[in-house]
Write a protein that binds this ligand. Sequence first.
Ligand code: DAH
Length: 349
Amino acid sequence: MIEKLEAIGTQALKDIQATSQLDALENVRISVLGKKGALSEVLKGLGSTSAEERPKIGAVANEWKRKIEDALTDRKTQLESSALQARLSSEKIDITLPSRMPHRGSLHVITQTIRRMNQIFSRLGFDVATGPEVETDFFNFEAVNMPKDHPARDMQDTFFISPSVVLRTHTSAVQMRALQTKEWPLRVICPGAVYRSDHDATHSPMFHQVEGLWVDRNVKMSDLKGVLEFIAKELFGSQTKIRLRPSYFPFVEPGAEVDVSCFNCKGKPQSSCRVCKGSGWLEILGAGMVHPRLFELAGKKSDGSYRYDPNEVSGFAFGMGVERIAMLLHEIPDLRKMFEGDSRLLQQF
Ligand code: DAH
């Protein structure tokens, strides 16, 4: 029996060394140490051996069992670690490969320009006021001194929702909303989208304006000039000059169109300047002294006196196109480009 055990044990150790797979190793274990394995089969004959031989055979059998178990454990560890090595090298991640950059959004150039203007005006004490883009005929026209049949209504190609409701054609519509709801002294700017039926390289059916309104005792044209000069220098640089040209808007008297000196050729006109086309000046806004009619339309107090008494207060208003200013600042040649959603253009800002 002892020889049989030796033979089984020696063969088992060889088999264990020869395995290259974990499941093959398990098969070896079962075939030798399992309930019906070779070792157990031999030991079944133990009953027919003599009483002195039995402990010796038992000791040899136990010794082989231990050797085989140790060999199984060692081989298992070896096979597991080489399997791990194989996985590690086949699943290796190449960390030198450049990764995909995350896509970060940014504010649209128009939003950026409006925010910049809000910041500049807030330093002069202006609050931001807003109004609806779908506006009544009253606030868009009537309240800014353009009654029905007023020829100035033709200056703006209006989108009508109904005979008395329009898409606001200018942020001047917010002037009366501010006057009717706020007391003087008043200092507001009204940024927002406006709509006109117009479409070419410098006009879009939807664009943005910033309206300004300043009302107090003793407000003069020189105050308007001072504020506009400050704004122009903040936007276009400290060397910027402004000039006012007489103009007509129904809601101001007198009214003016305001130019800034070209920040590109520094007001020394060269016919080659691509920004001002050689004129040395860039038109940026309309402005003027608030027409007394608007103060009357702002309503009366319970005692019958005007809330904004034209004999007590005066004010100025101005309105400018945001796209025009963004185009000048960033030398964008075609306004439509800003609304086409082409991320290659938008990413530049
Ligand atoms: N509302 C005018 C427009 O859309 C711009 C404007 C001109 C606004 C003169 C004003 C102003 O407040 O005083 O073209």
